[in-house]
Design a protein around this ligand. Structure first.
Ligand code: NCD
Length: 315
């Protein structure tokens, strides 16, 4: 295989990717990050490519980030959101997507509430699929941008200690991050209430802790996840106030560490629940770097899957 082609034809998850895929994606992300600092932030790389953004679930930043990445690459794009579509009239996923593909679309970027929906599409339609989040399963571009942002701060992540804190059970960010960090040789620990940490975590080779202060002392970086209330069918902890006291990151906890702990958050932030405003806006928090790197990471994914990797991305 040439060394500038991903091992997969789609980006369905971090599962299935190899270490060399991540390295190539990060190299390409770096090149596009440079483009984003230029006065003219646009390259012609995907000029002949048409991309459909199919969002069957609410999204603000991921949708905008993909759309901007596609525009920066000069692709033609169409946007679709489920609430404004025939899905609410009973159309099946396959019919909806086939109708869009009949208009000659090359790439489908899809967010869907059902785990496995993008894998299903990849088996049934002749387009390149990029998973922008499938239910509680995976969110691969979030993991790519998180790991890229971590490498910017910590360098090589081999043996780096990364903690993921919060609602591990309902978060697609957690699984994709765990898989990507492990491919990069990092040590991963998840921390949260026992009711929000699935039992299979230990089988993934991940440390499990129910003690935030101990986890913060252990970690070089911490990824603070949102409580996914919209996915919770029952009550998993007594109250948001108690959750904040036990698992929320505030200035007192951060300052007690006296070390440059790097703080990530995928957004949207619930200020005062998983993280306080002072911590979200703290110089050790790299949340806005994550947002900018997200555009460059998505440019890299789309370019490597749909572009002509033989030519330089910044050409
Ligand atoms: C994440 C998601 O949708 O899974 N957010 C995002 O992609 N911007 C995390 C979350 O919703 O908490």
């Amino acid at each position: 295989m040439p060394d500038n082609v991903l091992s997969q034809p789609h980006l369905l998850g971090i599962k299935g990717l190899q270490r060399q895929d991540l390295d190539m994606l990060f190299r390409t992300t770096r090149e596009f990050r440079v483009v984003l600092d230029r006065p003219i932030k646009k390259v012609p790389s995907l000029r002949e490519i048409t991309i459909a953004n199919l969002f069957f679930e609410n999204s603000t930043r991921t949708r905008i980030s993909f759309e901007l990445a596609e525009k920066r690459l000069s692709a033609d794009i169409i946007n679709f959101s489920a609430s404004a579509s025939s899905v609410s009239k009973g159309e099946t996923l396959l019919d909806t997507v086939n109708n869009i593909l009949a208009m000659k679309v090359d790439v489908v970027v899809m967010r869907h509430p059902k785990p496995g929906a993008p894998h299903f599409l990849a088996r049934h339609i002749p387009a390149t699929i990029v998973n922008a989040g499938d239910g509680t399963h995976e969110h691969p571009t979030q993991a790519l941008l998180d790991c890229y942002s971590l490498q910017e701060r910590l360098g090589d992540l081999h043996d780096a200690r990364i903690a993921i804190v919060g609602d591990i059970s309902h978060s697609r960010v957690a699984l994709s991050n765990i898989l990507a960090l492990q491919l990069l040789g990092a040590k991963v620990r998840v921390c949260g209430p026992p009711t929000l940490i699935p039992r299979h975590m230990k089988d993934l080779g991940v440390e499990v802790s129910y003690d935030l202060d101990d986890t913060l002392r252990w970690a070089d970086a911490v990824n603070m996840l949102r409580i996914q209330l919209e996915r919770q069918d029952i009550k998993y902890f007594p109250s948001l106030r108690e959750y904040h006291q036990t698992f929320g990151l505030d200035l007192k906890r951060l300052e007690a560490l006296a070390k440059p702990l790097v703080i990530l958050h995928p957004g949207p932030i619930n200020r005062g629940v998983e993280i306080t405003s002072e911590v979200a806006d703290h110089p050790q928090a790299i949340i806005l770097d994550q947002v900018l790197n997200g555009v460059a990471s998505r440019m890299a994914v789309l370019y490597l899957l749909a572009g002509k990797p033989a030519s330089a991305p910044a050409a």
